[in-house]
Ligand binder design. Structure first.
Ligand code: NAP
Length: 282
């Protein structure tokens, strides 16, 4: 039976450290601040943002919410980003996904000052990861690495299969696992026979958002299984991509949903905001 990887407890240790650093900054007269831009009223985003603001409060970071209407234009977003870029009291800027329809994601992400890009989506920060010189590490991949570290799971020489190729999960995760000397395979919606790839994984990461995608027969016995996907079930409860009861007897380690990767992603955001605030004082 797999060991359940506890994202809640591991995230708390990261937030505890962020809180200590926030206190030290405040003694120097610096109040760390994270600005979150939320365009529209997507119910899931509302919950994610509420949780991020709660984490800010827990860590002694000032969290400010900047709401834009659901039909906000590209210019509306760019103007809001420009204001926050030039506000010296703001150390971190996060543009909550999903963006309103018609927004060019690359343009708005590129508009955020790389020094305040605590989500690590600016092309400069993404490029630094590709060159093994990361500045800010993106929340979900960095949170997964912190979980692997907490459970002393090495990546060197392991075959890591990532089911996702997005800019926030799969692409940076692949680079970061390569930097740890894993052999990496990236799968996506056009991958034929997904199971043939997942069964070859020593470390399997799934971030699709499709409940029931990864079943026990798709997992190599003893594999580490990291479930990033989040979907809301009909009964209102959250589900991951992995059929937990099916995979738990096969895997060596497994992350639950909720309580696995989600809290880790948010904790890294706190850590990055503190880093940005520290760097602003130098
Ligand atoms: P996304 O941009 O939509 O990416 C989804 C990925 O899944 C894409 O690469 C897509 O392939 C691939 N995919 C879709 N159907 C597939 C299939 N049948 N077989 C294999 N691959 C398939 O979404 P995202 O923003 O990366 O998020 C992915 C999921 O992770 C969502 O459920 C999201 O809620 C969750 N998430 C959780 C956290 C957390 O902290 N726990 C953080 C971020 C995201 P294509 O590229 O070919 O379309």
């Amino acid at each position: 039976m797999a060991i359940r990887m506890d994202g809640i407890a591991t995230a708390k240790t990261i937030r505890d450290e962020a809180r200590r650093q926030a206190q030290a900054l405040r003694k120097k007269g610096v109040k760390p601040r994270l600005a979150i831009i939320l365009a529209g009223g997507d119910p899931a985003s509302e919950i994610y943002v509420k949780n991020k603001l709660k984490d800010c409060e827990d860590c002694g970071i000032i969290g400010s919410l900047h709401r834009l209407p659901g039909d906000a234009s590209q210019d509306d977003l760019l103007i809001q980003i420009a204001r926050l870029n030039t506000d010296a009291a703001v150390h971190g800027i996060l543009l909550q996904h999903p963006y309103p329809p018609g927004i060019d994601e690359f343009s708005v992400r590129s508009a955020i000052s790389p020094d305040k890009d605590v989500d690590s989506l600016h092309p400069l920060n993404a490029g630094l990861i590709a060159h093994d010189r990361p500045h800010f590490l993106p929340g979900t991949p960095a949170g997964i690495l912190a979980l692997l570290d907490r459970y002393e799971i090495g990546a060197k020489g392991k075959h890591c299969v990532i089911v996702n190729r997005s800019h926030i999960v799969g692409k940076p995760m692949a680079q970061m696992m390569l930097a740890r000397d894993a052999t990496v395979t990236v799968c996506h919606s056009r991958t034929p026979d997904l199971g043939a790839f997942t069964r070859a994984a020593d470390i399997l990461m799934s971030a699709v958002g499709k409940a029931g995608l990864i079943t026990g027969d798709m997992v190599k016995p003893g594999a580490v299984v990291i479930d990033v996907g989040i979907t809301k079930r009909a009964d209102g409860k959250l589900a991951g991509d992995v059929v937990f009861d099916d995979v738990e007897p096969v895997a060596s380690y497994i992350t639950p949903v909720p309580g696995g990767v989600g809290p880790m992603t948010r904790a890294i955001l706190m850590k990055n905001t503190i880093t940005a605030a520290v760097e602003a004082t130098i």
